[in-house]
Design a protein around this ligand. Structure first.
Ligand code: PGA
Length: 224
């Protein structure tokens, strides 16, 4: 199974999300090869919109095996009087996955390993699978993590994707347990995907820019 995760970040409103989903549905229906991969469990797609769009995308997106929704973050409060927070309890009927510890949150929101650990444990309590982003081998990997997305900071949104050998050498430093699912993120696009798709060491990809347009997202999916 290969995993392809779309991280739209804070880029879409209702109109642009609906446009994305309509185009995605049209392209998917026409792409028998990708549908077959989804049917055969060789590909899983996880779309991570901002909170305000999750319910809308869930209603409108093509219903197919192995197309799932995720959030880009979650509150470290379980639920209750926490104005502005969106908790795992709030999200549990909408998503199966949640990105946690993205380097943008570590940088701009000052998220620490401790906060990220709390988020992971709450997600687990609500049976939502955390996708933990790490920048390198120095970031803590909390108990119970299966999905690890290695995202070197210099490669995110810069066009400077990391090459396969370097990714695998980082993987060996980050992961000791073979049961973990190792994902790479950082300037993946339809062109460099050809090289990545040859490696069985990388089990999935977390896409930022390339996920914002359904055409490039599907072009990548068709190469996996
Ligand atoms: P990018 O973003 O694909 O635009 O580099 C990846 C990410 O931030 O998860």
């Amino acid at each position: 199974m290969k995993y392809l995760i779309a991280n739209w970040k804070s880029t879409k409103n209702v109109n642009t999300a609906i446009e994305w989903v309509n185009e995605f549905n049209k392209l998917m229906k026409a792409n028998k090869e990708i549908l077959k991969k989804l049917d055969e469990d060789s590909l899983k797609i996880i779309i991570c919109p901002s909170y305000h769009l999750i319910s809308l995308v869930k209603q409108k997106i093509i219903k197919h095996k192995n197309i799932n929704l995720g959030s880009q973050d979650v509150s470290f409060f379980e639920q209750g009087n926490y104005t502005g927070e969106v908790s795992a309890q709030n999200l549990k009927e909408l998503i199966n996955y949640s990105i946690v510890g993205h380097s943008e949150r570590r940088k701009y929101l000052k998220e620490t390993d401790n906060v990220i650990d709390q988020k992971v444990q709450i997600l687990k309590d609500y049976s939502i699978e955390p996708i933990l982003c790490v920048r390198d081998e120095n970031d803590l990997i909390p108990q119970g993590i299966t999905f690890i997305a290695y995202e070197p900071v210099y490669a995110i949104g810069t066009g400077h994707n990391e090459d396969v050998d370097k990714i695998i050498s980082s993987k060996n430093k980050i992961i000791t347990d073979k049961n973990k699912i190792f994902i790479y993120g950082g300037s993946v696009n339809p062109e460099n995907m050809l090289e990545y798709s040859k490696s069985s060491e990388i089990q999935g990809f977390l896409l930022g820019n390339a996920s914002k347009d359904p055409n490039s997202f599907i072009a990548i999916a068709s190469k996996l």
